[in-house]
Design a protein around this ligand. Structure first.
Ligand code: ASP
Length: 315
């Protein structure tokens, strides 16, 4: 059983696991309608005026935190960036007391990033009525807004998802992005999903009828419509699980020669942060097939959609 009932109205966004294609499409459709606003010079909508969003990040983040902050601001919400390093969590305050304290100040929505799997779900179980928790990435479990924005980016370029082959390459083992991408793309009926990486970083249990595992990068990339590259998450490895960066780049890096094996109009994606010269070369990251910075822009619209929907603005 998935962690979220997929029929009841969604209250929190913890994982995409268990969401239906229709539920995921609804977020993407709202994002599409908000995208134009996000990109206008005067880019504010009064949708969340009077509501307060708290960014509660226990792990470093550049894109996700800024993106949630901009998204909330563009919906006219007030935003608090809770500074964990300077907070009472360092004095031993429990996570739940931190939540209660901020709830008592009438905060409406918490974006939670944490190194431990399950923390956002734990807070969601204890949140006061009406308070919404959005997972901003927990351990290697889930990163649902990244899954949505990746699906959104693919759908904008290649709407016929049923006929697409998407290849995800790299450190699948430690990647919450890969897991959320898999859930989003499978729910939307993607044609073929390929996962590729060194054996130590490619969990066998992900093999399924709709997910094929590859231990050879060239084979995984051949004729793909989309190639999603992942960073080696060394901070989550107790010991080195791969050869040197140089060997990794040779065996698993996306360079122009490898990209030429994919379809000529294949998209290149990466959730960031990129380790240029390791999993991706500069010419590919900055080349005409790369939509990496479009992913970043789309992330704002998708997060606007998620917050607006969960706070009841689109029923
Ligand atoms: N930014 C993504 C995440 O938080 C991917 C990464 O860190 O490699 O999971």
């Amino acid at each position: 059983m998935s962690e979220q009932a997929n029929d009841a109205a969604l209250r929190h966004l913890i994982t995409l696991d268990g969401l239906s294609g229709a539920q995921i499409s609804e977020f993407l459709d709202i994002a599409e309608s908000l995208r134009a606003t996000a990109e206008r010079p005067v880019n504010k909508l009064p949708i969340l005026r009077g509501r307060t969003v708290v960014n509660l990040f226990f792990e470093p983040s550049t894109r996700t935190r800024t993106s949630f902050e901009l998204a909330a601001t563009r919906l006219s919400a007030d935003v608090v960036n809770f500074d964990v390093a300077a907070s009472s969590t360092k004095k031993g305050e429990t996570l739940l007391d931190t939540l209660r304290t901020l709830e008592a100040m009438r905060c409406d929505l918490f974006v939670v990033r944490h190194q431990e799997n399950g923390t956002p779900e734990y807070l969601a179980r204890h949140a006061a009525p009406g308070v919404v928790i959005v997972n901003g990435g927990d351990g290697n479990h889930a990163h649902p807004t990244q899954g949505l924005l990746d699906a959104f980016t693919i759908r904008r370029h290649k709407p016929d998802l049923h006929n697409l082959t998407v290849t995800i390459v790299g450190d699948i083992q430690h990647s919450r992005v890969a897991r959320s991408d898999i859930h989003a793309l499978q729910a939307l009926g993607i044609g073929q999903l390929r996962l590729a990486g060194p054996a130590a970083l490619l969990p066998e249990q992900l093999q399924s009828s709709r997910c094929q595992l590859f231990h050879d990068m060239d084979a995984a990339v051949r004729d793909a419509d989309v190639v999603i590259m992942l960073r080696l998450q060394k901070e989550r490895m107790a010991k080195a699980l791969v050869e040197s960066d140089r060997d990794y780049a040779r065996d698993w890096g996306l360079n122009a020669d490898r990209l030429a094996l994919a379809r000529p109009d294949a998209l290149v994606m990466h959730p960031g942060p990129m380790n240029r010269g390791v999993e991706i070369t500069d010419d590919v990251a900055d080349g005409p097939q790369s939509v990496i910075f479009q992913q970043v822009s789309n992330g704002v619209a998708v997060r606007m959609a998620v917050m607006a929907k969960l706070l009841g603005a689109f029923q």
